[in-house]
Design a protein. Structure first.
Length: 280
């Protein structure tokens, strides 16, 4: 009776056979081109597997490069922002220097029209009280400035010194509600009194008769009466005149010629009396 199953080759025989086959294939591959189509086919089939196994590395490299690029862009943007801020700051400084030079040139041109000695002063402070129109300048008794010294800018009269220290002075603007000064109309020399209103952009004429020859556009100058201000300084321009037949006086509004809140440099008009008062 035959056995149901026959024994196959032994494991040793199988290993030997596989070894011989491997040696034969290696020899064929080294010394012939018979296996070249097979290798190309195998490389084609294996390419997708190589790509799949290489994907994590490529993703990792892409993420690292993206993060580095983002960081570099943020750093570059930060550098550009700082540089832009620096350039804007320098531009503002240059604009301020140009504005100061323009003001100084205007002051020098204005000083040529004033017969008295003039002194360029810088505004170093303003009164914190909005009801008080007072400036502080960096010139005082040591410079020949005293109470009553007229202060003007390149366009017109600003006010007068009310307190003078050794190196600084307080200036009351003509727009202050407590200030009044005699003026005359340039066109016809009609005299009047102009008062402050507490508004930096508006003055008013006091006690102007309804029949007075004054109209919009008239330029008002200091008249020299009262001895406080020399004559001929520009004070303001008449911007409106209202006449009421039932009232004895006309209402006239005046726009100051001086730049009350915009002038950094001003002119102090020094008289002989101021110079003698400032001399020890």
């Amino acid at each position: 009776m035959k056995p149901l199953f026959s024994r196959g080759p032994s494991p040793e025989s199988r290993i030997l056979l596989l070894g011989l086959v491997a040696v034969a294939l290696i020899s064929i591959g080294l010394f012939t081109d018979w296996l070249q189509p097979l290798r190309e086919r195998a490389a084609t089939l294996a390419a997708p597997f190589y790509q799949i196994t290489d994907t994590p590395g490529r993703v990792s490299d892409w993420v690292a490069e993206s993060l580095q690029s983002r960081e570099e862009l943020e750093q570059e943007n930060d550098r550009l922002r700082r540089r832009l801020l620096l350039l804007e700051h320098r531009s503002q400084l240059l604009a301020a220097v140009r504005a100061e030079n323009t003001q100084l040139k205007e002051l020098m041109n204005s000083a040529e029209t004033v017969s008295e000695r003039v002194l360029v002063a810088e505004v170093i402070g303003v009164s914190p009280d909005p009801q008080e129109h007072v400036l502080v300048i960096d010139k005082g008794r040591d410079d020949g400035v005293g109470p009553g010294t007229p202060i003007m800018d390149a366009t017109g009269l600003l006010g007068q010194v009310i307190e003078a220290g050794s190196s600084s002075s307080r200036v009351l603007l003509i727009t202050d509600a407590s200030h009044a000064l005699p003026v005359q109309v340039l066109r016809n020399s009609v005299r009047a009194v102009v008062e402050g209103t507490g508004d930096l952009y508006r003055l008013k004429l006091r006690y102007m008769a309804n029949t007075s020859d004054i109209r919009e556009g008239d330029l008002l100058l200091t008249s020299g009466l009262g001895g406080r201000f020399p004559s001929g300084y520009p004070v303001g321009e008449v911007i409106s005149v209202r006449r009421d037949p039932g009232r004895p006086f006309a209402d006239a509004e005046v726009r100051p010629q001086g730049r009350m809140n915009r002038s950094r440099f001003v002119l102090a008009v020094i008289s002989e009396q101021d110079e003698s008062a400032g001399t020890p």
